[in-house]
Design a protein around this ligand. Structure first.
Ligand code: NCD
Ligand code: ZN
Length: 344
């Protein structure tokens, strides 16, 4: 049986929700990861340091005592985020980044940025304080095809923004295309990207295999095979600009299996295990540790974790549903298996 022992990983893109939903999902992550960047797209969004610190307390109160888990908080950038708020956030030491959602791009993003020029005072302050900008890189115009939204965002928003703020740390979140990979590769050291398990493992055919598959629907949407391959190659490349961010995004089953379903794939139950499978599949298991446990921490200027975990190549059965508040969610790989599992 094959086993590997690696530095304990961090998840640099995670949705935990709030209330009973938070209590249901947080320990799936805390069981596998030391730290996670917590997305601020609650309803209403986490727009101030005060709200983020209250949210952090609720997260910590929901973590089982047996786990040592640190939530790394973020603020939700709006047209009105002030330079002062950035200063307060930076001085708190507990807020690690700001998240840029184009208005209307995804779940709970209606208070997102309407025009990136409106955020320039905030970006200026972020650059000054060394605070990274985490970008949901999709335009939202109806005249842009959904499969082109990342490439057009890079062209129309990210390229000019990066030019105007050359020292700003930027993470292009959950990259899905060759255009995304190429942009990050050609950019300076201060621009990096997170990669999800679904964008390494699935392509857009997986949305329609034998019928409509709502549980494979997330944003940015799965892309064509050549894009999936480019993302997979970036993940296993050993380039420090690419690191782990699951984008685990839980939704109640009935909000996915409906006439107009929510975007988001829940993967926290196999957070590191599914990446081990994905890396091993391409003969790159030796590249997993740096991708999952070194590069993200280095980019954020955080110490690497001291603890280790061991993964075993042994089939893990995935349940069909997982408890979620007073309901259930349908997890990634529902009713199937994962080729690797965490040694308990
Ligand atoms: C996320 C969610 O549900 O909050 N959904 C998703 O498809 N990834 C939002 C996001 O990260 O876009
Ligand atoms: Zn997300």
């Amino acid at each position: 049986m094959q086993t590997i022992t690696i530095t304990k990983p961090d998840d640099f893109h995670l949705h935990l929700r709030d209330g009973a939903a938070l209590e249901s999902v947080v320990n799936h992550t805390a069981a596998q990861f030391a730290r996670a960047i917590i997305m601020p797209n609650l309803k209403p969004p986490v727009v101030t340091t005060e709200l983020a610190l209250e949210y952090r307390d609720r997260i910590l109160a929901s973590v089982n005592k047996q786990y040592d888990f640190e939530p790394l908080m973020t603020l939700y950038l709006t047209d009105n985020t002030s330079a002062e708020e950035i200063k307060t956030a930076a001085e708190s030491k507990l807020i690690k980044a700001l998240k840029y959602y184009p208005a209307g791009a995804t779940t709970n993003s209606d208070q997102g940025v309407t025009d990136f020029k409106k955020t320039y005072a905030a970006l200026e302050a972020m650059m000054k304080h060394g605070m990274p900008l985490l970008v949901h890189g999709e335009v939202t115009n109806d005249d842009v095809d959904i499969f082109d939204r990342e490439a057009v965002f890079i062209d129309k928003v990210l390229t000019p923004l990066a030019k105007d703020f050359p020292e700003l740390k930027i993470v292009l979140e959950h990259i899905t295309t060759k255009a995304g990979v190429d942009f990050v590769l050609s950019a300076k050291e201060n621009i990096a990207a997170t990669i999800t398990p679904q964008h390494i493992l699935l392509n857009r055919n997986d949305l329609f295999k034998g019928g409509l598959r709502p549980h494979n629907y997330c944003l940015p949407i799965l892309k064509a095979e050549q894009d999936r391959k480019a993302v997979q190659q970036a993940a296993i490349s050993g380039n420090a600009k690419f690191f782990l961010g699951t984008d685990s995004a839980p939704h109640e089953r009935k909000n996915k299996e409906t006439g107009c379903g929510c975007a988001g794939i829940f993967s926290a139950h196999i957070g590191i295990e599914i990446y081990a499978e994905a890396f091993d599949e391409t003969g790159a298991i030796d590249k997993l540790e740096a991708f999952a446990s070194h590069y993200g921490a280095d980019f954020y200027g955080l110490p690497r974790n001291a603890d280790q975990i061991t993964l075993i190549k042994e089939e893990l059965s995935i349940p069909e549903t997982i408890a979620f508040g007073d309901s259930v969610l349908v997890p990634f790989r529902t009713g199937e298996t994962c080729a690797w599992q965490l040694k308990k």
